[in-house]
Design a protein around this ligand. Structure first.
Ligand code: PLP
Length: 400
């Protein structure tokens, strides 16, 4: 007999949906006898390039690999200085180091949590040779303005679009604005495969170098060498890595791409629902909306101000206790023990440090329900209100 007690289900921070059709496509590939890079990757690259409006797309193992390969494809001198935000995923910093370069971290604008022309100018020092621009949370970064501030042509900019599949800057989709744009298909991202990444570009040389770099620096369509009748000869022409995408991944990605537009519209509705639910909660600042262009709403990041009454950490603990799971994007990288060695003395990260004390990423994915959002908003409002009752209402005086 089923118990009549209704307990509320936990609300995870992320949910990975692999659709039934995508699972069938993956299983067809596994049955085909060809599971590594092959025709499915070629087809996914074509579909993806078309979706983002770029000339070329190169499927890789992850966005981290995409950033490393893109930077290598820029053919900078070894040990070049490459600027990026301190508020990004640590993998983006490792990618700069693994490409043979020196990361130069910049502080952020307190509202968008992305570098501004001013924070870039402050971080430039002796100048930089390239820059990785992150579209934080899916909010488009002003790529051209930031390139100008770093005194770089757009061809020396790599976009980290791990959050920005579906982002537009004005009317233009992110994907062909800079030298190379890097996307992620990690389990929690807007187009989940599980693992995977893509480089898109309008530059034929960057595309062809990336194809070589992703598979041991072997020239040509290296995957074709196992095809019937193909030659066993190959040339190693570049200092490549092993970061190719498999046909199993590509099959899932291709099917999911057909749902992406509707998933993105759902994310827009859900963000608006959160905005409305949190608009009356004192001390909670919802995320900014771009003035011009579409937000991809990968993350929904709120700021917890002192007026809220409890700290960011206390809010996360109280929500966790109610089965509502949150995250923080990101711990600023200048605070990470390994990256400290790259931080110039006297660097100012005051905006990132202040933001880091306040930011919380709330549960957010296309399969979230408005009822779940209502529960999250009610819980936040209640946690703030109860703290203010105890801290701001004078306790009734006892008469002895
Ligand atoms: C997830 C993420 C990455 C890395 O993506 P992977 O595909 O997991 O390598 C890079 N940058 C940002 C901003 C991310 O959020």
């Amino acid at each position: 007999m089923a118990l009549a007690i209704e307990t509320e289900q936990p609300i995870p921070f992320a949910r990975t949906v692999i659709t039934a059709r995508a699972r069938q496509a993956a299983s067809r590939v596994m049955a085909s006898g060809w599971v590594t890079t092959g025709p499915e990757v070629v087809a996914f690259e074509k579909d993806f390039a078309q979706w983002v409006g770029a000339q070329h797309a190169v499927g890789v193992a992850s966005c981290t690999a995409a950033i490393e390969i893109s930077l290598r494809a820029l053919e900078l001198a070894p040990g070049s200085r490459v600027l990026t935000s301190t508020i990004t995923f640590c993998g983006a910093i490792h990618a700069i180091i693994h490409a043979g370069h020196i990361p130069v971290l910049a502080d952020v604008d307190p509202v968008t949590l992305m570098p501004s022309a001013d924070t870039i100018a402050a971080a430039l020092g002796q100048g930089v040779e390239a820059m990785v621009v992150t579209h934080y949370g899916g909010h488009g970064a002003p790529v051209m303005e930031l390139a100008a501030a770093a005194r770089l042509p757009l061809s020396r900019v790599v976009e980290d679009a791990a959050h920005a599949l579906g982002t537009t800057i004005g009317a233009r989709r992110v994907g062909s604005i800079s030298g190379a744009t890097c996307f992620s298909f990690y389990a929690t991202k807007n187009l989940p495969i599980g693992e995977g990444g893509m480089i898109t570009t309008d530059d034929a040389r960057i595309a062809s170098l990336s194809r070589t770099l992703r598979i041991h620096g072997m020239s040509g369509d290296a995957w074709k060498r196992y095809m019937p009748g193909a030659s066993w000869r190959y040339d190693v022409t570049e200092d490549g890595i092993k970061a190719n995408m498999t046909d199993v991944q590509a099959a899932i990605g291709r099917v999911h791409l057909t749902s992406l537009a509707s998933w993105q519209r759902r994310r827009e509705e859900l963000a608006a629902h959160y905005d409305a639910g949190l608009s009356f909660v004192r001390g909670i600042v919802p995320p900014p909306h771009p003035a011009d262009g579409r937000h991809a709403w990968h993350l929904y990041v709120i700021k917890v101000k002192p007026e809220f009454g409890v700290t960011r950490d206390e809010l996360i603990s109280a929500l966790t206790a109610q089965g509502i799971h949150c995250s923080v994007h990101f711990i600023p990288n200048h605070l990470q023990p390994y990256f400290r060695r790259f931080v110039a003395r006297g660097s100012d990260f005051s905006a990132a440090d202040a933001a880091f004390r306040e930011i919380v990423s709330l549960p957010f994915y296309h399969s979230l329900t408005t009822r779940e959002i209502d529960r999250v908003c009610a819980a936040i409002a209640e946690i703030g209100a109860s703290s203010r009752v105890t801290t701001t209402t004078p306790t009734p005086a006892f008469r002895w």
